[in-house]
Design a protein around this ligand. Structure first.
Ligand code: G3H
Ligand code: 13P
Ligand code: ZN
Length: 328
């Protein structure tokens, strides 16, 4: 093993999820691709006293660089300590596309991995997820698997329609695989275009309830849970962007889900939108700017502000841990 997450002060998701389910909130799981997004996420969570799962997709891992990732995780942990907070920080592989990539992350500083074999048939999904769980557990790394298919782009596979998770399969799936959490498909989807104008945006909380009944207390994960905040879409469009008819999941429905066995809610698109709105505004406000610190700081500021609101409105996780000081 090259990097052990425990040496870096990172934690797996086991205790985070147990506490979240007991206390009726969900753990924020936010994706990042660069330093400013990581700063926005960790600062927001520290100031709100919310636990955090730092998510890296395999394409983000290629973008940042495989050897740099664990050190960024460590930097986040050091930031938490210096701010006087005690929020737990997990470093998680999002949508692990293969056993080999999951294994590589386990050996290179990740405290949690997702194996996304939901594009395969049921038996193959069970076999791959179990293989990852068996390997991960040797190192006390936790594993998320997925059952059901989200509409839209997922793991470079495009699905026209949702294939909702079948509640009658979940018990068999979690007992055969030994995974630690389960991502389900109940009408959320990835990206900024989840619904069309005129749709009635909603998720199938009835299926969630059925699933909860079959595996009581087991941590459930929701992917594709961005709300697509219209204020940022507007700022982007008013400042040279062109994002049309982008609609997400209403906050209230996600908040309802956060009180159930849903222990982790994934958001990436909202952070990208807030960040882009800030950067576009910075350029529009001062066309002479060319210092990246000036325009990236605006992106960071917008993203952090949005995530602080989201921690209250969607996750219900404010004050779950000790709040830390703001960065000077
Ligand atoms: O669910 C996927 C995440 O939003 C990551 O997307 O592969 O573009 O980094 P990405
Ligand atoms: P969004 O595209 O809705 O932000 O979903 C992110 C996600 O599920 C990451 O795994
Ligand atoms: Zn996802």
């Amino acid at each position: 093993m090259k990097y052990n997450y425990k040496d870096f002060g990172l934690v797996n998701t086991r205790e985070m999820f147990a506490k979240a389910n007991k206390e009726g909130y969900a753990v924020p799981a936010f994706n990042f691709n660069n330093l400013e997004q990581l700063q926005a996420i960790i600062e927001a969570c520290v100031e709100m006293g919310a636990p955090v799962i730092l998510q890296v997709s395999s394409s983000a891992r290629n973008y940042i660089g495989r050897d740099m990732i664990p050190w960024l995780g460590r930097a986040a942990v050091e930031y938490v300590k210096a701010a006087g907070s005690d929020i737990p920080v997990a470093l998680h592989l999002d949508h692990g596309p293969s056993y080999e990539i999951a294994e590589d992350c386990i050996l290179n500083g990740f405290s949690s991995v997702m194996i996304d074999a939901s594009k395969y048939d049921y038996d193959e999904n069970v076999a791959i997820s179990k293989k990852v769980a068996d390997f991960a557990h040797k190192y006390d790394v936790t594993v998320e698997a997925e059952l059901g298919v989200l509409a839209g782009i997922e793991d470079e596979v495009h699905a026209e329609e949702h294939i909702f998770t079948r509640p009658e399969e979940v018990e068999d799936f979690v007992s055969k695989t030994g995974v630690d959490s389960l991502a389900i498909a109940i009408g959320t989807s990835h990206g900024a275009y989840k619904f069309k104008p005129g749709d009635n945006p909603h998720i199938r909380l009835d299926i969630l309830k059925e699933i909860e009944k079959r595996i009581p207390g087991f941590p459930i994960v929701l992917h594709g849970s961005s709300s697509v905040p219209q204020q940022y879409v507007r700022i982007i469009n008013e400042n040279g962007g062109k994002i049309e008819d982008a609609l997400g999941i209403p906050d209230e429905q996600l908040h309802m889900a956060s009180k159930s066995a849903v222990a982790k809610i994934n958001v990436d698109t909202d952070g990208r939108l807030a960040f882009t709105a800030g950067v576009r505004k910075a350029f529009a406000d001062d066309p002479t700017v060319f210092d990246p610190r000036k325009y990236l700081a605006k992106g960071r500021e917008f993203m952090k502000k949005y995530y602080k609101e989201k921690i209250v409105d969607v996750y219900g996780a404010e004050g779950a841990y000790k709040k830390g000081k703001e960065r000077k």
